[in-house]
Design a protein around this ligand. Sequence first.
Ligand code: HSE
Length: 301
Amino acid sequence: MRKFTISVPASSANIGPGYDSAGVAVSRYLTLDVETQDTWEFEHQSPILPANPIAEDHFIYKIAVQIAEKYGEELPACKVIVKSEIPLARGLGSSASAIVAGIELANQLLNLNLTKEQRLHYAVEIEGHPDNVTPCLLGGFVITVMIDNEVEYKQLPAIETDLVIYIPDFEVRTEDARKVLPEQLTMKDATRASGISNLMIAALIAGDYHLAGKMMEKDMFHEPYRAKLIPDYTKIREEATRLGAYGTVLSGSGPTMISFVPSGKGASIAEELQKNLPAYEIKSLKLDPNGLQVSTATTNA
Ligand code: HSE
Protein backbone atom coordinates (compact mmCIF):
# COMPACT_ATOMS: atom_id res chain seq x y z
CA MET A 1 0.00 0.00 0.00
CA ARG A 2 1.22 3.51 -0.81
CA LYS A 3 0.19 6.71 0.91
CA PHE A 4 1.14 10.24 -0.03
CA THR A 5 -0.15 13.78 0.11
CA ILE A 6 -0.07 16.32 -2.72
CA SER A 7 -0.45 19.99 -1.85
CA VAL A 8 -0.82 22.74 -4.47
CA PRO A 9 -1.29 26.46 -3.79
CA ALA A 10 -3.88 28.75 -5.34
CA SER A 11 -2.61 31.33 -7.80
CA SER A 12 -3.36 34.83 -8.91
CA ALA A 13 -2.56 35.56 -12.54
CA ASN A 14 -1.82 38.78 -14.45
CA ILE A 15 -1.02 41.14 -11.53
CA GLY A 16 -2.23 44.13 -13.52
CA PRO A 17 -0.02 44.80 -16.56
CA GLY A 18 1.50 41.29 -16.48
CA TYR A 19 -1.49 40.09 -18.49
CA ASP A 20 -1.21 36.40 -19.44
CA SER A 21 2.40 36.19 -18.22
CA ALA A 22 2.77 37.17 -14.53
CA GLY A 23 1.39 35.18 -11.61
CA VAL A 24 1.86 34.57 -7.91
CA ALA A 25 1.29 31.50 -5.75
CA VAL A 26 -1.09 32.30 -2.92
CA SER A 27 -1.32 30.65 0.51
CA ARG A 28 -4.59 28.79 -0.01
CA TYR A 29 -4.29 25.12 -0.86
CA LEU A 30 -5.72 22.16 -2.69
CA THR A 31 -4.69 18.97 -0.91
CA LEU A 32 -4.99 15.35 -2.04
CA ASP A 33 -4.52 12.56 0.50
CA VAL A 34 -3.90 9.49 -1.62
CA GLU A 35 -3.88 5.83 -0.62
CA THR A 36 -3.77 2.89 -3.02
CA GLN A 37 -6.67 0.43 -2.72
CA ASP A 38 -8.61 -2.00 -4.96
CA THR A 39 -11.03 0.47 -6.54
CA TRP A 40 -11.04 4.16 -7.42
CA GLU A 41 -12.76 6.43 -4.93
CA PHE A 42 -12.80 10.22 -4.53
CA GLU A 43 -14.03 11.88 -1.34
CA HIS A 44 -14.52 15.64 -0.96
CA GLN A 45 -13.93 17.02 2.51
CA SER A 46 -14.49 20.75 1.95
CA PRO A 47 -17.81 22.60 1.76
CA ILE A 48 -16.74 24.49 -1.39
CA LEU A 49 -16.50 21.20 -3.32
CA PRO A 50 -19.58 19.37 -4.66
CA ALA A 51 -20.80 16.39 -2.62
CA ASN A 52 -20.56 12.75 -3.74
CA PRO A 53 -17.98 12.95 -6.53
CA ILE A 54 -17.78 10.06 -9.00
CA ALA A 55 -14.17 8.97 -9.37
CA GLU A 56 -14.21 8.30 -13.12
CA ASP A 57 -15.82 11.71 -13.82
CA HIS A 58 -13.48 13.63 -11.53
CA PHE A 59 -11.44 16.39 -13.22
CA ILE A 60 -8.27 15.42 -11.30
CA TYR A 61 -8.73 11.73 -12.18
CA LYS A 62 -9.13 12.62 -15.87
CA ILE A 63 -5.93 14.70 -15.84
CA ALA A 64 -4.03 11.83 -14.20
CA VAL A 65 -5.36 9.36 -16.79
CA GLN A 66 -4.36 11.74 -19.60
CA ILE A 67 -0.77 11.77 -18.30
CA ALA A 68 -0.74 7.99 -17.77
CA GLU A 69 -1.87 7.48 -21.38
CA LYS A 70 1.03 9.57 -22.68
CA TYR A 71 3.31 6.92 -21.16
CA GLY A 72 1.15 3.95 -22.20
CA GLU A 73 0.48 3.13 -18.54
CA GLU A 74 -2.60 2.38 -16.44
CA LEU A 75 -2.99 4.04 -13.06
CA PRO A 76 -3.28 1.80 -9.99
CA ALA A 77 -6.58 2.41 -8.15
CA CYS A 78 -6.64 4.76 -5.17
CA LYS A 79 -8.75 6.48 -2.62
CA VAL A 80 -8.24 10.24 -3.01
CA ILE A 81 -9.45 12.57 -0.26
CA VAL A 82 -9.70 16.09 -1.68
CA LYS A 83 -9.62 19.17 0.53
CA SER A 84 -9.72 22.64 -0.99
CA GLU A 85 -9.49 26.21 0.25
CA ILE A 86 -9.63 27.57 -3.31
CA PRO A 87 -13.06 28.83 -4.38
CA LEU A 88 -14.17 27.80 -7.87
CA ALA A 89 -14.46 30.31 -10.76
CA ARG A 90 -13.32 33.27 -8.66
CA GLY A 91 -9.95 34.02 -10.28
CA LEU A 92 -7.76 32.08 -7.85
CA GLY A 93 -6.66 29.41 -10.30
CA SER A 94 -8.72 26.50 -8.96
CA SER A 95 -8.49 24.64 -12.29
CA ALA A 96 -4.72 25.26 -12.56
CA SER A 97 -4.22 23.80 -9.06
CA ALA A 98 -6.34 20.78 -9.99
CA ILE A 99 -4.34 20.25 -13.20
CA VAL A 100 -1.01 20.42 -11.36
CA ALA A 101 -2.39 18.03 -8.71
CA GLY A 102 -3.65 15.58 -11.36
CA ILE A 103 -0.30 15.53 -13.17
CA GLU A 104 1.45 14.88 -9.88
CA LEU A 105 -1.01 12.12 -8.99
CA ALA A 106 0.02 10.27 -12.16
CA ASN A 107 3.69 11.11 -11.57
CA GLN A 108 3.61 9.58 -8.08
CA LEU A 109 1.45 6.54 -8.86
CA LEU A 110 3.50 5.56 -11.91
CA ASN A 111 6.92 6.68 -10.62
CA LEU A 112 7.38 8.74 -13.78
CA ASN A 113 10.04 10.99 -12.22
CA LEU A 114 8.76 13.95 -14.22
CA THR A 115 11.04 16.98 -14.25
CA LYS A 116 9.79 20.46 -13.37
CA GLU A 117 9.89 21.31 -17.08
CA GLN A 118 7.86 18.25 -18.08
CA ARG A 119 5.21 18.99 -15.44
CA LEU A 120 5.07 22.59 -16.62
CA HIS A 121 4.81 21.59 -20.27
CA TYR A 122 1.89 19.22 -19.60
CA ALA A 123 0.16 21.72 -17.30
CA VAL A 124 0.35 24.53 -19.88
CA GLU A 125 -0.76 22.17 -22.64
CA ILE A 126 -3.88 21.31 -20.63
CA GLU A 127 -4.66 24.77 -19.16
CA GLY A 128 -3.96 26.70 -22.38
CA HIS A 129 -2.21 29.64 -20.68
CA PRO A 130 0.82 29.53 -18.36
CA ASP A 131 0.29 32.32 -15.83
CA ASN A 132 -1.60 30.23 -13.24
CA VAL A 133 0.04 26.82 -13.56
CA THR A 134 3.63 28.08 -13.31
CA PRO A 135 3.28 29.71 -9.86
CA CYS A 136 1.19 26.71 -8.69
CA LEU A 137 4.07 24.46 -9.60
CA LEU A 138 7.01 26.63 -8.53
CA GLY A 139 5.69 29.08 -5.91
CA GLY A 140 6.51 32.77 -5.57
CA PHE A 141 6.13 35.43 -8.26
CA VAL A 142 6.80 34.00 -11.71
CA ILE A 143 6.83 35.38 -15.24
CA THR A 144 6.07 32.85 -17.96
CA VAL A 145 5.85 33.22 -21.72
CA MET A 146 5.05 30.69 -24.44
CA ILE A 147 7.29 31.14 -27.46
CA ASP A 148 6.99 28.75 -30.42
CA ASN A 149 5.32 26.17 -28.16
CA GLU A 150 8.15 26.39 -25.60
CA VAL A 151 7.47 27.58 -22.06
CA GLU A 152 10.06 30.08 -20.83
CA TYR A 153 9.86 31.26 -17.21
CA LYS A 154 11.72 33.13 -14.51
CA GLN A 155 10.96 33.34 -10.81
CA LEU A 156 11.40 36.76 -9.21
CA PRO A 157 13.36 37.13 -5.97
CA ALA A 158 11.17 36.80 -2.86
CA ILE A 159 8.48 39.50 -2.72
CA GLU A 160 8.30 40.90 0.82
CA THR A 161 4.63 41.87 0.97
CA ASP A 162 1.41 40.52 2.42
CA LEU A 163 -1.61 39.96 0.22
CA VAL A 164 -5.22 40.85 0.88
CA ILE A 165 -7.85 39.11 -1.23
CA TYR A 166 -11.46 40.19 -1.78
CA ILE A 167 -13.67 37.29 -2.85
CA PRO A 168 -17.21 38.24 -3.94
CA ASP A 169 -20.14 35.82 -3.84
CA PHE A 170 -20.55 35.75 -7.62
CA GLU A 171 -18.58 34.01 -10.37
CA VAL A 172 -17.02 35.39 -13.56
CA ARG A 173 -15.97 32.82 -16.14
CA THR A 174 -12.57 33.45 -17.71
CA GLU A 175 -14.09 32.81 -21.13
CA ASP A 176 -16.58 35.66 -20.59
CA ALA A 177 -13.91 37.97 -19.13
CA ARG A 178 -11.74 37.40 -22.24
CA LYS A 179 -14.61 38.35 -24.54
CA VAL A 180 -14.70 41.94 -23.22
CA LEU A 181 -11.08 42.57 -24.27
CA PRO A 182 -10.23 44.38 -27.53
CA GLU A 183 -8.83 42.43 -30.47
CA GLN A 184 -6.02 44.92 -30.98
CA LEU A 185 -4.13 47.78 -29.34
CA THR A 186 -2.48 50.58 -31.27
CA MET A 187 1.34 50.55 -31.42
CA LYS A 188 1.33 53.64 -29.18
CA ASP A 189 -0.84 51.98 -26.51
CA ALA A 190 0.99 48.64 -26.70
CA THR A 191 4.33 50.40 -26.22
CA ARG A 192 3.06 52.30 -23.19
CA ALA A 193 1.34 49.19 -21.76
CA SER A 194 4.49 47.08 -22.00
CA GLY A 195 6.56 49.91 -20.52
CA ILE A 196 4.22 49.90 -17.50
CA SER A 197 4.60 46.14 -17.18
CA ASN A 198 8.39 46.28 -17.51
CA LEU A 199 8.60 48.95 -14.83
CA MET A 200 6.35 46.97 -12.47
CA ILE A 201 8.68 43.97 -12.73
CA ALA A 202 11.82 46.10 -12.35
CA ALA A 203 10.33 47.75 -9.26
CA LEU A 204 9.41 44.38 -7.74
CA ILE A 205 12.95 43.08 -8.27
CA ALA A 206 14.34 46.28 -6.72
CA GLY A 207 11.96 45.95 -3.74
CA ASP A 208 10.34 49.30 -4.57
CA TYR A 209 6.80 48.14 -3.78
CA HIS A 210 5.31 51.64 -3.92
CA LEU A 211 6.36 52.03 -7.54
CA ALA A 212 5.40 48.43 -8.34
CA GLY A 213 1.93 49.02 -6.85
CA LYS A 214 1.53 52.24 -8.80
CA MET A 215 2.32 50.38 -12.05
CA MET A 216 -0.01 47.49 -11.10
CA GLU A 217 -2.87 49.97 -11.10
CA LYS A 218 -1.93 51.47 -14.49
CA ASP A 219 -2.53 48.35 -16.57
CA MET A 220 -3.74 49.03 -20.11
CA PHE A 221 -4.06 45.43 -21.36
CA HIS A 222 -7.12 44.11 -19.53
CA GLU A 223 -8.17 45.84 -16.29
CA PRO A 224 -9.84 48.90 -17.91
CA TYR A 225 -12.13 46.57 -19.88
CA ARG A 226 -12.84 44.09 -17.10
CA ALA A 227 -13.42 46.63 -14.34
CA LYS A 228 -17.06 46.95 -15.36
CA LEU A 229 -17.63 43.27 -14.49
CA ILE A 230 -16.85 44.00 -10.82
CA PRO A 231 -19.35 46.42 -9.24
CA ASP A 232 -17.02 47.50 -6.38
CA TYR A 233 -13.81 47.64 -8.43
CA THR A 234 -13.08 51.34 -7.81
CA LYS A 235 -14.30 51.31 -4.21
CA ILE A 236 -12.03 48.37 -3.32
CA ARG A 237 -9.01 50.10 -4.87
CA GLU A 238 -9.72 53.36 -3.10
CA GLU A 239 -10.34 51.78 0.30
CA ALA A 240 -7.22 49.63 0.02
CA THR A 241 -5.09 52.66 -0.96
CA ARG A 242 -6.51 54.64 1.96
CA LEU A 243 -5.33 51.88 4.32
CA GLY A 244 -1.82 51.76 2.84
CA ALA A 245 -1.97 49.10 0.11
CA TYR A 246 0.76 49.38 -2.51
CA GLY A 247 -1.54 48.33 -5.34
CA THR A 248 -4.79 46.45 -5.98
CA VAL A 249 -5.55 44.42 -9.11
CA LEU A 250 -7.92 41.81 -10.45
CA SER A 251 -6.89 38.29 -9.51
CA GLY A 252 -6.66 36.57 -12.89
CA SER A 253 -9.77 37.47 -14.82
CA GLY A 254 -11.62 38.24 -11.57
CA PRO A 255 -14.00 38.61 -9.87
CA THR A 256 -11.64 38.28 -6.87
CA MET A 257 -9.38 41.29 -6.37
CA ILE A 258 -6.02 41.22 -4.64
CA SER A 259 -3.93 43.90 -2.91
CA PHE A 260 -0.19 43.88 -2.29
CA VAL A 261 0.23 45.47 1.15
CA PRO A 262 3.19 46.14 3.46
CA SER A 263 4.56 43.03 5.15
CA GLY A 264 2.93 42.48 8.55
CA LYS A 265 -0.03 44.76 7.75
CA GLY A 266 -2.23 42.24 5.89
CA ALA A 267 -4.36 41.11 8.85
CA SER A 268 -5.19 44.61 10.13
CA ILE A 269 -5.94 45.96 6.64
CA ALA A 270 -8.16 42.95 5.85
CA GLU A 271 -10.04 43.36 9.14
CA GLU A 272 -10.64 47.06 8.54
CA LEU A 273 -11.72 46.57 4.93
CA GLN A 274 -14.12 43.80 5.90
CA LYS A 275 -16.15 46.37 7.89
CA ASN A 276 -16.64 48.55 4.79
CA LEU A 277 -17.11 45.74 2.29
CA PRO A 278 -19.29 43.19 4.10
CA ALA A 279 -20.44 41.49 0.87
CA TYR A 280 -16.88 40.20 0.26
CA GLU A 281 -14.84 37.54 2.01
CA ILE A 282 -11.68 39.52 2.76
CA LYS A 283 -8.61 37.66 3.94
CA SER A 284 -4.97 38.36 4.57
CA LEU A 285 -2.73 35.83 2.81
CA LYS A 286 0.93 35.37 1.95
CA LEU A 287 2.73 34.55 -1.24
CA ASP A 288 3.40 30.82 -1.16
CA PRO A 289 7.15 30.36 -1.74
CA ASN A 290 7.12 26.61 -2.49
CA GLY A 291 4.49 25.66 -5.05
CA LEU A 292 3.70 21.95 -5.45
CA GLN A 293 4.67 19.83 -2.44
CA VAL A 294 4.52 16.03 -2.01
CA SER A 295 4.96 14.15 1.23
CA THR A 296 5.25 10.42 1.00
CA ALA A 297 4.74 7.66 3.58
CA THR A 298 5.19 3.97 2.88
CA THR A 299 3.34 1.44 5.05
CA ASN A 300 3.72 -2.33 5.28
CA ALA A 301 -0.01 -2.97 5.57
N1 HSE B 1 -4.44 35.40 -17.93
C1 HSE B 1 -5.76 34.84 -17.84
C2 HSE B 1 -6.78 35.91 -18.16
C3 HSE B 1 -5.94 34.32 -16.45
O1 HSE B 1 -6.66 37.00 -17.62
O2 HSE B 1 -7.70 35.66 -18.93
C4 HSE B 1 -7.24 33.64 -16.25
O3 HSE B 1 -7.21 33.01 -15.01
